[in-house]
Unconditional design. Structure first.
Length: 282
């Protein structure tokens, strides 16, 4: 990987850029400004979701850019209260309308359970997945996948699907690498993506992160993003300033040593969001 325009190949042959811009909370000012700045900074892969409320602002920013739709890679997600066969199809078409596009590059189930303790999650996930498979076969989605699914959730899909999930998007960063999920997905050819690849504020103050950032002459954020890439994980950083946006792309001219990668992979749990699909938020 030499730049954010380099790509991984999904299990269906679709090429996916190696770095995305995450749009969660990117339109809190109710404008397309931050997303427009990200396009100006060079990002072409944008990760959104119906829950984020940023799809319409992404549409506005893309239109304002004058860049053709096919130069963007756009991912969105079906939310907890949109799951089920009919609901998913309805939610998907509403997402297309808000984005002003006639197809998505990637569509994900946002969470495996609508709420902790939900008894019939297996059937609900399969109904949701069936709808996504049909949308995929119709050519409306280039790849379909999952978000926040753990191995026991993925197995339910894997054992009962026609089309295997191409992606699983999880919280991933030094101090919370979710090794069991990463190993499972990589064994099955499922591309892992990292939401919150920089962790929380505490992670940037962690002694190991500061030590290694100084060693490689990079920021704590650049170190975390490089860590993801070297684990073959696609990071989805967020930022509001063009300087930070560009800095977060400048992660291709250094390499973390094997020893330091192990140190990052085995550091104590730090910077976890408190989110877990099977539990109430901590």
């Amino acid at each position: 990987m030499k730049s954010i325009y380099d790509s991984f190949e999904l299990n269906n042959g679709v090429k996916i850029p190696c770095v995305a811009f995450g749009t969660y909370k990117a339109a809190e000012g109710k404008t397309a400004g931050v997303i427009g700045t990200a396009i100006e900074a060079g990002y072409r892969y944008f990760d959104t979701a119906s829950f984020y409320g940023t799809e319409a602002y992404l549409k506005e920013a893309m239109e304002n850019s004058g860049i053709p739709r096919d130069e963007f890679f756009i991912a969105s997600k079906v939310w907890k209260d949109e799951m089920g066969y009919e609901n998913t199809k309805k939610a998907f078409h509403a997402t297309l309308d808000r984005l002003g596009t006639d197809y998505l590059d990637l569509y994900l189930i946002h969470w495996p359970l609508p709420e902790p303790g939900y008894a019939d999650w297996k059937a609900l996930d399969l109904d949701t997945w069936k709808a996504m498979e049909e949308l995929y076969k119709e050519g409306l989605i280039r790849a379909i996948g999952l978000s926040n699914f753990l191995p026991h959730h993925i197995e339910n899909i894997w054992q009962n699907c026609e089309i295997y999930p191409a992606v699983d998007q999880i919280e991933f960063h030094p101090g919370y690498s979710q090794e069991a999920v990463l190993s499972y997905c990589q064994d099955k050819g499922i591309q892992v993506q990292a939401w919150s690849p920089l962790g929380r504020a505490r992670l940037s103050e962690e002694s190991l992160i500061l030590e290694l950032a100084e060693k490689y002459g990079v920021s704590a954020a650049q170190l975390c993003l490089r860590y993801a890439l070297q684990r073959n994980v696609i990071p989805l950083p967020k930022s509001s300033s063009i300087e930070r946006m560009k800095q977060n792309q400048d992660i291709f001219d250094f390499e973390i040593t094997v020893e330091d990668m192990y140190r990052l992979a085995t550091m104590p749990q730090t910077g976890w969001s408190g989110e877990h699909p099977d539990r109430e938020r901590v």
